[in-house]
Design a protein around this ligand. Sequence first.
Ligand code: MG
Length: 168
Amino acid sequence: MLRKFMPDLRVKTVYDIDLQSLYDRGFRGIITDLDNTLVGAKEPHATPELIEWLAKAKRIGFQTVIVSNNVRERVHLFTEPLSIPFVYSARKPKVMPFRKALALMKLEPQETVVIGDQLMTDVLGGNRAGLFTILVQPISIRDEGFGTRVNRRMEKAIVGRLRKKGDW
Ligand SMILES: [Mg+2]
């Protein structure tokens, strides 16, 4: 049961992901969370560094879809200048939004990675959907809402148990 919460890869930020080596391993799609993965939860727009990272992913040959549990207004405002497809109000860890993103890219789960900052939504959902899961450290946990704070507590307990088993 705990295995479903294990990311395949753990990094500090998206910029620490070796995109080229993922491509060389056969991955072609990136499904990424938005809040606290790409920018802070209260940051309306992408930073220049992130815009460059997205462009780099595209140059290497990746398609990218943003899958967020946040509302349409937030996700739309963020993605519009970037022209990136998105799924909003996704209700991760449900599998459906990941399937939707795969359909948008016309890719199979085994060709796709998911990037996110939460075990309870991004990693659990990504593992359920059969994707390669990458956990990043949250950019800022200061402004997180009630639901996310509850998730963080569960996350801590799960990581504690995984550490005990020597899996983390
Ligand atoms: Mg997040």
